[in-house]
Design a protein. Sequence first.
Lengths: 411, 411, 411, 411
Amino acid sequence: MTQSYDPQGARRVLDELARQGRDPDKVLAQLANFAVETPSWGYADTGTRFGKFHQPAAARTIYDKIDDAAQVHRLTGICPSVAVHVLWDFPEGFDPKVVDYAARAGVRIGGINTNTFQAGCYKYGSFGNRDPKIREQAVQHCLDSIAIGTQAGSTILSLWFADGTNYPGQDDIRARKQRFTECLRRIHAALPPEMTMLIEYKPFEPAFYHTDIADWGMALLLARAAGPQARVLVDTGHHYVAQNIEQIVAWLIDERMLGGFHFNDRRYADDDLTMGSIDPYQAFRIFHEIVNGTERNPLPIAYMVDQSHNLKPKIEAMIQTVSFAQEMLAKALLVDRPALRDAQARDDLVGAEEVLRQAFWTDTRPLIAAVRQRQGLEPDALAAHRASGYEDRVAKERLDKYGPPAEASYA
Amino acid sequence: MTQSYDPQGARRVLDELARQGRDPDKVLAQLANFAVETPSWGYADTGTRFGKFHQPAAARTIYDKIDDAAQVHRLTGICPSVAVHVLWDFPEGFDPKVVDYAARAGVRIGGINTNTFQAGCYKYGSFGNRDPKIREQAVQHCLDSIAIGTQAGSTILSLWFADGTNYPGQDDIRARKQRFTECLRRIHAALPPEMTMLIEYKPFEPAFYHTDIADWGMALLLARAAGPQARVLVDTGHHYVAQNIEQIVAWLIDERMLGGFHFNDRRYADDDLTMGSIDPYQAFRIFHEIVNGTERNPLPIAYMVDQSHNLKPKIEAMIQTVSFAQEMLAKALLVDRPALRDAQARDDLVGAEEVLRQAFWTDTRPLIAAVRQRQGLEPDALAAHRASGYEDRVAKERLDKYGPPAEASYA
Amino acid sequence: MTQSYDPQGARRVLDELARQGRDPDKVLAQLANFAVETPSWGYADTGTRFGKFHQPAAARTIYDKIDDAAQVHRLTGICPSVAVHVLWDFPEGFDPKVVDYAARAGVRIGGINTNTFQAGCYKYGSFGNRDPKIREQAVQHCLDSIAIGTQAGSTILSLWFADGTNYPGQDDIRARKQRFTECLRRIHAALPPEMTMLIEYKPFEPAFYHTDIADWGMALLLARAAGPQARVLVDTGHHYVAQNIEQIVAWLIDERMLGGFHFNDRRYADDDLTMGSIDPYQAFRIFHEIVNGTERNPLPIAYMVDQSHNLKPKIEAMIQTVSFAQEMLAKALLVDRPALRDAQARDDLVGAEEVLRQAFWTDTRPLIAAVRQRQGLEPDALAAHRASGYEDRVAKERLDKYGPPAEASYA
Amino acid sequence: MTQSYDPQGARRVLDELARQGRDPDKVLAQLANFAVETPSWGYADTGTRFGKFHQPAAARTIYDKIDDAAQVHRLTGICPSVAVHVLWDFPEGFDPKVVDYAARAGVRIGGINTNTFQAGCYKYGSFGNRDPKIREQAVQHCLDSIAIGTQAGSTILSLWFADGTNYPGQDDIRARKQRFTECLRRIHAALPPEMTMLIEYKPFEPAFYHTDIADWGMALLLARAAGPQARVLVDTGHHYVAQNIEQIVAWLIDERMLGGFHFNDRRYADDDLTMGSIDPYQAFRIFHEIVNGTERNPLPIAYMVDQSHNLKPKIEAMIQTVSFAQEMLAKALLVDRPALRDAQARDDLVGAEEVLRQAFWTDTRPLIAAVRQRQGLEPDALAAHRASGYEDRVAKERLDKYGPPAEASYA
């Protein structure tokens, strides 16, 4: 790989901050304290409906996933926690060994994700299901997840519902909305005071006619109906094409309803590609709105990765996304806000845009390298990972331990 | 034109209603009482940014527009009111002559539409403008519109804002949201008690980076912030491609926030085509949700047309849209709801869908013809219009009176 | 189910044909001779990347699939052939027992579909793969498929390639195009003279950055480069949102390059829903272009279903799609083409559109029922299927025979 | 404006080129010789269908437009020619005074654009019109344009057709295709040998049901049918959302059918925003494909701007687009192609992508500044323009000379 960090680059960025009359140390601290949670399932083999292409190094157990997440944290310094999926990672309920294992590996258990979509009983929905027994089962799963999260020290309950219908007439849209409201209220009532409940939205897939929580407006109404600890989770890949995501972020911040992010990128549907691989400028603009909206009025936001793609090596893909997020935050912090406000106040469109572009085109990779070095890390996390031999080692270990993975067929 | 109504067709539909154990007279009454407002600007020449293709019969003055709207009402029986645009139709403020003229023509003034987008001062926005003087001017225009509407006996204030930005950085998204909130509250405070304020949303055009009220969620939040007489207006052409409009309608009904519709159709952007010309099944599903959501819990909904296209003759296009809406309402009323609920209760997807399709594929044009005949109208409004010679007559009159229209150039 | 066919309905449609001066028997014959191939994989369990919801009656073996396809043909009379996927249906190469079994069941083997996407070796592509060994393997699979098809009496080789890249830079787009050209030429050279090679296009999934054959233009160029027996296959679900599919069909007909269809419907991506479940008017317009483009200049077109959804019972879903296709063809045949041409010649937009709508709104289900009765079939195929008890019977048999299906996990 | 160029930046980029073993002078020459044509209509007031917001400095006559284009060329050094629209710029036919004026201003007349969309006679199309008289008129306009272009020394005939239909049934799609083919052949026959005819495609607007030349495949087939001097013109804003433009560019290059570009950006429809203002990474990838596809096999490509937006000052917007294009070309030239090919050859997705990103994130603005300085220009064209006082001066002059512009109304 040809990537080489310019040793003078960090200095140039810090000089620019000084020119703006800002405290470079504060910006460096903001970058060092930025935390991005990585998802356990992002280290496992996933695929499309047409099949999974297995990677020998893919994680199979929660312990493998923790090892991989720890490797990412060791290299980037900003991924101290791992989101877990209760169904896949705590199939038997809470297990203190997992928490201990994570602690020894240098990470901790982060957001608890429920799974009310994979089991056959959810064929017609979970919280939206017309059958009270299935709704009860889904609610119970969420209550169990809260209990597991509480024991694991987690403060985030992350809810994504695959619910919806595939054909007009399949079910009553308003009745499903009301069932959702009722179930969400029940689980909100069980939240411990320090736990936030995040509600994710998604326009489609796996439901293809209507999805019960299809957009941010639906998620916001349900969160408000559920209770004061509910917030909206923005997955950057869950929008209609051409929709302005940063505007939604700005509105959710203004409504104090933004709870967190799932980072990834997409071109067509919910492609779950690495963040910024398709539209880096949009990612920058999202960070710009976050910085803009929270610098004077802080808001707790959970930054999480949700990508699960099958071609890139898992850890490399995670390092790319996490590094990219940190670089974009750096660019957003570099925006000369007084100059921006000044241009806006003169309706100077070109001037205002150039303020944003000046920050966007500034290469912040050297700054991130400097942040890492101050944390005692290698400046180039990807190169360090490749140099570490980790991938080959675990590939061998895991293949030896588990044998080849099972193949699945589309039809 | 080959369209000929089958004389037995209405009888078959009424028999189907009887088979469902329903009162055919009640359905006929619902269809006869259905009212769709037509827009004054839909009778005038409009076009695209590439130019207007003028029609000799296009209306030039508010009096022409009233004449045309009255012709549509005479033929369809369900268009008793005309939406007006204050800027174009009451340029000098309220004019009682217009109200009298409408009454004599057989129609009345309906929704009052404000215009805070055409004047040069609104280049950077109206309610979202950073300049308090421009915001004041826009608010004053809305207050004037309320006064005009009150004098004209209107109960609908219809607000569409073209506000937005064209480039990242142009203005602060949250600041604009807050300015909107404040201005909307001010005009809400001036509403007479019987007037409803409708807030329209639209993803883009004429703003191309961000639009201040881009989706139903934004419109709903602003309407709730504005006050209890504010509702959301759904323009069927103002959505992201693939977005499920009927779900939005169902949610707005459930939230008691649906205030009205602008009917039209589109394929790509806000194409303002005649309703159902591209996707008639979607229009049916919207009516299905309306009937489903309001049959037991009525909600006042203002049905209005907003189409303004330049190729079809204006009145013919209006008759098509209005007739189509009535036909779709008839189909929605034909849905065998007990059978639908029964299929849904058995998770019988195919059965439930077939209930909807049974209604959709039933040809309701004969039923609409029967409704018209009971109202003393010709069964085929389009044929009756063509037979009337109206188009040729007013084309000649208007050309004589006003001369050829001015041409405009794109660049 | 409430669907009941109006006994007078067929008569009314035939009268309308007579009114147009056309031969009703000829239209009835066209409808009876219309043949739609059903896909073997459409009877098996399929799902989304989030999981498969298993159906007890789902086919597991090629024999089950043939049984199910035969059931659909018995009920609809227009599905005499079954498309097969070599990998899943002839895993050991050609097997004459399958052909015999199909013949005894009353159907025959239709289009041969290759599979160069599921095996792990195709992770980076098949014909587009930079590795000549993988390309060789993919070519060999296609040559084997041609041989199997020849032995099975098939005249269609149906090619869909999942090839593409997931990230910018992953491979060289033009080099891949050239590899495709070369491989397609090689397999074209092996075609027996009576066999047509169909090349399918698809904008995305499973590749998310670029797909090697992304649109009809690419498929057409590759088909022309491959040789004279190559044509383009239009899958109705493989287009960008808002793209005008009927125009593509019209152009491909005009270029004599339309080879066949995969019927299904979609709202967002390649949703593989039953045909017409989302946009029936578009399906009608496609048939209108087919009739319009081939009535004077016949073109062999292979009509095939490609839907594979996991919620509707497989056979019911297939009957819906096949019946819908036949109903839409009937509507397209009902278009009063002289009246249409006459309206077009006068630039009478409204008149021309009403000719199309007159046909579209005519309920052709009774006509299809009449066609079936003339073939000795039940008028309502779906009701007949439900009455037959087939679904319950095979569900029990298959569960007894194979046991419960294996579950798969997303991550 | 805060934009300040880092004086060491150019050196760093040149060092990187040297590291790759490449000749920095050659790259500098490629950047200096890059030529982007600006459009005369891009200096005039344009707007949306909702109105034009007039700018006092907007050009009114061809002479104003030449002045403005000359200002852009003086500042950027890479805009030596001006595309003209015959209808607006040569309304009376060829005028040698215009050519002389341009020469004295330091620019020349570039591509000749026809206009067969604005006049009322084109309401139902130009080359696609069913009326042979209208087609004749459109062909004659194109022949006149060729004559004017020949006299003006232009080698590009640029054809965009607004033709299409607004409603299903309005006209026969294949008949229109055939009319297009015939008309294009006629005008191709009149081309002087040195002139290239470029055919542009666009999915929609102003036609909303079907557009005769809707995509690159249609443009390519028509160009091949027209004759050997016809090529395809790619307007970067004329694609379906999510369509992969760089793939189309790569295919057109491979087919030797890419003739030129219209540069702009868009988020939703054909928004005509400044290039790179929404998706700069896509623009980079387009340049990457151009460099990749032509470095060993040169192809004449006409680079032109087509943006015409009404909020940004015209000249500033043009300088932004032109500078951006040059910066992206520089990034594309910086791609370490041997390293890229090496990563591709190892299926190293992450490594290959990082090669692209390394180039993309390199700030090439200092390099462009250096190129300008070598040409005797100011390094920052936008700052130089603002410092020049040009905008204020011509605003005053033009307002004095022409008075305020006429206002138009939407309805």
